[in-house]
Design a protein around this ligand. Structure first.
Ligand SMILES: C[S@@+](CC[C@H](N)C(=O)[O-])C[C@H]1O[C@@H](n2cnc3c(N)ncnc32)[C@H](O)[C@@H]1O
Length: 361
């Protein structure tokens, strides 16, 4: 057998003595580089691993690693601190996660990060996730490639579903806004496939809300006009799949609800009718209207709960958090969209500038 020259992420992590997620973060920061296989998998060359190890062998160990852990927001880019693994050697480098913190004000946090490797969100800490992930339909985002093949799209989905599962508390809920199906580039049962993946990730299924966004522009392709040869059927709706982690009954939190009688009666009818949001007005290629997270938040969380949107985009979920008195955390891979979300918090959310905790990216 010849000497191995390319390593998977798992093996590279083992070789360097860090976790796989640390490898992703190191790569993002240019500390190590990889190439991609045809299937999109990372491969690290032995040269790249050696170069990293040579360059980093002289780091000094802080005298009190725990103190350093707490002060990570003061650590500059590219600095690495060390923590012991249950006081056992060897010491493993830990890259501080708070460098991902882009903005914080009062009860709102925006992280400029990739949701897959991020370690910025604590496990078992979230009451409700409301999100709309990329749909894999070729939307032109700044950073994310939305044109991947369907099986790659499902692998990506599997990855972030597993992360979301970890972030939720045991009685945490998950409102997932996705398309019912996909017609571009071959018909696919997106909602059914993602719901199956979510159940495989451990989520329990509660219900599905149909969102009729009254978008007639979807009604364009007829297939074979007035013929049974190959007609197209298109439902001009999206869905919000409602899932939960372990127990549907919510016991944690303030137990204070702010939903009115009228809202409760209207929203527990699982067909929601309200308009979509204008891309042009918001300045993002796929925003949902604030009304969508607002309804999910009021229906499924208590006042003061913590809400996460792992695909923040233009920040609609955080605007809904501000309106409803929930703590809001958003993760967004693209820095420009983080800027946009922050701007919307000031212009549309009227976030109180005096309460800012002055942490900005
Ligand atoms: C459908 S949009 C969300 C729009 C959002 N609901 C709004 O109202 O603006 C999906 C967002 O996910 C972001 N994104 C894609 N991949 C990501 C990843 N791995 N981690 C974090 N954000 C990601 C994209 O940049 C895009 O802004």
């Amino acid at each position: 057998m010849g000497v191995r020259s390319m390593f998977t992420t798992k093996d590279a992590a083992k070789h360097i003595g860090v976790s796989q997620s640390t490898i992703y973060r190191m790569e993002k920061r240019g500390l190590i580089s990889s190439i991609r296989t045809a299937g999109g998998q990372r491969r690290f060359s032995i040269e790249s691993i050696k170069k990293y190890l040579e360059k980093n062998q002289n780091f000094e160990v802080p005298k009190n690693p725990n103190k350093y852990k707490k002060l990570t927001h003061l650590v500059k880019e590219q600095e690495v601190n060390y923590v012991t693994d249950n006081n056992k050697q060897p010491l493993t480098p830990k890259i501080p996660s708070s460098d991902e913190l882009f903005f914080q004000a009062d009860s709102i946090w925006i992280y400029n990060a990739d949701i897959l490797p991020t370690e910025s969100i604590e496990e078992n800490s979230i009451d409700l996730i409301v999100t709309s992930p990329p749909y894999g339909v070729g939307i032109k985002y700044n950073s994310h490639d939305d044109t991947m093949a369907y099986h790659d799209y499902l692998s990506f989905t599997k990855g972030w579903l597993a992360k979301c599962y970890k972030f939720l508390k045991d009685d945490g809920r998950f409102c997932l806004n996705i398309p019912l199906d996909k017609n571009k580039g071959g018909q696919q049962s997106v909602c059914a496939d993602i719901t199956t993946l979510a159940k495989q990730a451990g989520f329990k299924y509660h219900s599905t809300i149909i969102w009729n966004e009254q978008n007639i522009s979807r009604r364009t392709a007829w297939g074979s006009w007035l013929s049974a040869a190959a007609p197209y059927v298109i439902a001009p709706v999206e869905v919000i799949v409602v899932l939960y982690k372990r127990s549907w009954k919510k016991t944690s939190g303030s137990r204070k609800s702010d939903i009115t009688r009228k809202e409760f009666m209207e929203w527990t009818n699982g067909v929601w009718n309200f308009m979509g949001e204008s891309k042009k007005r918001v300045g993002h290629p796929a925003p949902f209207p604030v009304e969508l997270p607002r309804r999910c938040i009021k229906l499924f969380s208590f006042v003061g709960d913590t809400v996460l949107d792992p695909f923040l985009g233009s920040g609609s979920t955080l605007l809904a958090c501000l309106q409803t008195g929930r703590k809001g955390i958003g993760v967004e891979i693209d820095r420009k969209y983080c800027e946009l979300a922050k701007k919307r918090l000031f212009t549309e959310g009227h976030i109180n500038q005096l309460k800012l905790a002055v942490v900005e990216g």
